[in-house]
Write a protein that binds this ligand. Structure first.
Ligand SMILES: [Zn+2]
Length: 76
């Protein structure tokens, strides 16, 4: 799921999407309290397949492409 879907799941206002990215550790804890586990799949460059180590990415350091697939979150 995307940051947007996380907001829906945790009953957060849609304008708090940015907070999902910056507070991902906090969210992981909330999710844990619900008896679930959060997995983060980092953003990926659509051009060369480069995988970012951070959650928020805008430009690929490898090929300079700005076509970035946003981070995905798996909750189970
Ligand atoms: Zn790239």
């Amino acid at each position: 799921m995307t940051a947007k879907e996380i907001c829906v799941l945790l009953d957060l206002e849609p304008n708090r999407i940015k907070e999902v990215h910056s507070n991902i550790e906090k969210i992981a804890k909330i999710v844990k309290r619900k008896g679930l586990e959060l997995f983060v799949m980092p953003p990926k460059c659509k051009n060369c397949g480069f995988e970012f180590s951070k959650i928020k990415a805008s430009k690929c350091p490898k090929c300079k492409s700005e076509r970035i697939e946003e981070a995905r979150f798996v909750i189970r």
